[in-house]
Design a protein around this ligand. Structure first.
Ligand SMILES: Cc1cc2nc3c(=O)[nH]c(=O)nc-3n(C[C@H](O)[C@H](O)[C@H](O)COP(=O)(O)O)c2cc1C
Length: 324
């Protein structure tokens, strides 16, 4: 069995090595529903939600609103203090998820300002408190943590050892500092060092967009799992494509398939968010309209439209002559 046919073991569960990463506002419930058309067993992360939002339902019913067929799901939380952790975990477990993840990587100003996300990498006593409390709240499902190279300074190895001592089942490493946000070359040799320093599975996050980059990152890190972030944006078939390519099989996505998925995605966004779904869909639209005649004009036209039915009709009109 090849490395890519084997699975990553996280606690008592096993998953294919390509994993759908968390992208706030992108890999939401409608998008994850689309991924399930292509990939049934792959682990998908939810977007980050603060434990206070989950515990107090501050975001309406959205924080815990997803379909059971989106599972296996790794529900990602942010926390900066012990308050709300227990209640949030109870609600998440009640809702039904497969894994729980703590975000220790978010670089956003408002998140680090409150002491959560990547700020926890610069406050190890607080990180340990939070992690031990979460571990105690979810004894029966795997618990993972997603970290960075460090906050202002690199300390991923020290943090990974601490997390392992706290009973974490796997660690995802996005090897950039908080100051680098999402730019600059990821420090893959650092991931290789983290992998050597701990025995829990390591998932690498950063820069895997196709089979060539997956292979390169594997060679440089030896990581157990591969978290696909921006590479899956508006490409619900990406995890399947990566697996097929890893088996030496080509996987070609036609312009027609992209358009069909644009229409399906739009419908799911409207069903989930109501009229606001059209605005959220604009972040995806340009990726789906590629390569065909008039594609660029259609993109410009649709991105400005204020009407869901109009966007849908124009997408169908553009698709139909091609599939006839
Ligand atoms: C728009 C956007 C939203 C993101 N949201 C989250 C999030 O909610 N939780 C998280 O852990 N990481 C989040 N990330 C980071 C990604 O999961 C990933 O670690 C990073 O983008 C590097 O991987 P990539 O090169 O595959 O995108 C986000 C990144 C972007 C660009």
């Amino acid at each position: 069995m090849s490395f890519w046919q084997e699975q990553i073991k996280i606690g008592n569960r096993s998953f294919p090595r390509f994993i759908g990463g968390p992208l706030d506002g992108i890999t939401d419930s409608p998008f994850r529903q689309l991924v399930r058309d292509f990939s049934k067993d792959e682990l998908l992360y939810t977007e980050m939600r603060h434990v206070a939002c989950v515990a107090n339902d501050k975001v309406g019913d959205k924080a815990l609103r997803f379909e059971q067929f989106e599972r296996p799901l790794n529900y990602q939380i942010a926390a900066n203090k012990l308050e709300c952790i227990e209640k949030a975990c109870e609600k998440i477990l009640e809702r039904g998820v497969d894994l729980l993840d703590l975000n220790v990587g978010c670089p956003a100003k408002n998140v680090v300002g409150s002491g959560s996300g990547s700020a926890l990498m610069a406050d190890l006593p607080r990180l340990e408190f939070v992690v031990r409390r979460i571990r105690a709240c979810v004894p029966n499902i795997p618990f993972t943590v997603k970290i960075r190279a460090g906050f202002k300074e690199q300390n991923a190895i020290e943090v990974a050892k601490l997390l392992q001592d706290c009973g974490v089942d796997a660690i995802a490493v996005h090897p950039r500092l908080q100051t680098q946000k999402f730019d600059g070359r990821p420090d893959y040799p650092l991931v290789a060092q983290v992998k050597k320093a701990v025995s829990v599975p390591i998932i690498v996050s950063g820069g895997v967009v196709n089979w060539a980059t997956a292979k390169m990152v594997y060679e440089q890190t030896g990581a157990d799992g591969y978290l696909i972030g921006r590479g899956i944006w508006s490409k619900p078939w990406k995890l399947h494509e990566l697996y097929e390519n890893s088996q030496g099989r080509p996987y070609v996505v036609s312009n027609e398939l992209m358009l069909q998925y644009a229409i399906k995605h739009l419908d799911l966004m409207i069903a989930y968010y109501g009229v606001r779904g059209l605005y959220a869909f604009r972040k995806h639209l340009p990726f789906y309209i590629r390569g065909g005649q008039g594609a660029s004009l259609l993109r410009q036209d649709l991105v400005l439209s204020e009407c869901h039915d109009e966007v849908k009709k124009k997408l169908i009109d553009y698709l139909e002559p091609k599939s006839a």
